[in-house]
Design a protein around this ligand. Structure first.
Ligand SMILES: *Cc1c(COP(=O)(O)O)cnc(C)c1O
Length: 362
């Protein structure tokens, strides 16, 4: 069996021990005589799976009791609508920071339900930085303030959170949840599609402060009301059972690796190794030049010409370094190095980059 180092931005690599465990339990989950895929979501074993997933996530993220943890569907993209539908409960105004493709989508969706104030944007800088935030620009009466903590496509990250005072901070953490410790109590709501750092596509995690739930706009479809899911412990309708099961195994893996803090140290080491290789070369250039804004999850870089990008990608693939192509909107290359990417994968990539540069002098 030849597994590759898969640098995909998502769906992304899963930890090998998780895949092995899932394989072992595939035909007969803990003596039930069936796969988790074939099991009623109202059965005892599945109840233990979803409760266990929540308990372990609460533990590894230090989620306080005054927050709900919900396992939903529709991806992070559905949260672009669910957030305004549920949180536009007073002024129907929200502040957004425009830091990339995903922020833009969140902004255009929220505009359907209320007033969106874009307090800052780095679009004119091609999203290669996080814009400076001036609290004087913030709406005092906003129902919430939205950021995309890690910009998956552009490779930037918020290192400092905006000081929003009593206005709830809402974060799309799809591509950096569980990559480093966060103080959940600083947020009103955190959401993340699973397919980057949590598990397979199909489940979306929402962590929401309890007092923000129960005030959805009257037009909100039942299935998009956080309250319905909170009251029914994410079992109002059939959840994506198998995705929740794998997410539980991933949370347990994070814990067994020493928790989020230990994983964060490893992530930082991996990212430093890669940025050092890029900065120390004449062939590769990172569009995000300021180290302060560099993501440790998604590392975009480009070679001097599209032809060289193509050659690089083709040769990398031959040695088992795959899915390094940049997002179609920005081109170039991108290495996504989520929690499950082993250190050896990044080492192998860095060695390959040096080799390739030696053979392709510019
Ligand atoms: C991948 C991603 C999304 C979209 O997620 P879906 O689950 O495909 O809807 C949204 N925001 C960010 C930051 C992402 O990385």
């Amino acid at each position: 069996m030849a597994r590759v180092f898969n640098f995909s931005a998502g769906p992304a690599m899963l930890p090998e021990p998780v895949l092995k465990k899932a394989a072992e339990e595939m035909l007969d989950y803990k003596g039930s005589g069936m796969s988790v895929m074939e099991m009623s979501h109202r059965s005892k074993p599945f109840e233990e799976i979803i409760k266990g997933a929540e308990a372990t996530l609460r533990e590894i993220m230090g989620i306080p009791d005054n927050y709900y943890v919900l396992f939903l569907q529709g991806g992070a993209s559905l949260q672009f609508a669910m957030v305004p539908l549920n949180l536009f409960n007073n002024s129907k105004k929200a502040d957004y920071v425009n830091t990339g493709t995903w922020s833009k989508k969140a902004i255009s969706e929220a505009k359907k339900y209320g007033t969106v104030n874009v307090v800052a944007s780095s679009e004119n800088q091609k999203f290669a930085e996080i814009p400076a935030l001036d609290p004087a620009m913030f709406s005092k009466d906003a129902d919430y303030f939205h950021i995309t903590t890690n910009n998956t496509i552009e490779g930037t990250v918020f290192k400092d959170l905006p000081a929003t005072g009593t206005v709830p901070l809402v974060a799309d953490m799809s591509s950096n949840i569980l990559s480093e410790a966060v103080d959940v109590s600083k947020f009103g709501l955190i959401y993340a599609g699973a397919q980057k750092n949590i598990g397979p596509a199909g489940v979306t995690v929402v962590i929401v402060r309890k007092d923000l739930v129960g005030k959805a706009l009257p037009i909100t479809p039942t299935l998009l009301d956080y309250k319905i899911h909170a009251e029914n412990e994410s079992l109002y309708n059939t959840p994506p059972c198998y995705a929740v099961y794998i997410a539980k195994l991933v949370f347990e893996w994070v814990k067994s690796e020493g928790g989020v803090k230990a994983i964060a140290e490893r992530n930082l080491m991996k990212a430093n190794m890669l940025y050092k290789a890029i900065d120390g070369s004449k062939l590769y250039k990172a569009p995000v030049t300021n180290p302060k804004f560099r993501s440790i999850m998604n590392v975009p870089f480009a070679l001097p010409t599209e032809e060289l990008d193509e050659k690089f990608l083709g040769e990398a693939k031959k040695v088992g370094l795959t899915t390094l192509k940049g997002h179609r909107s920005v081109g170039g290359c991108r290495a996504s190095i989520y929690n499950a990417m082993p250190v050896e994968g990044v080492k192998k990539l860095v060695e390959f980059m040096k080799d390739f540069e030696a053979k392709n002098k510019v």
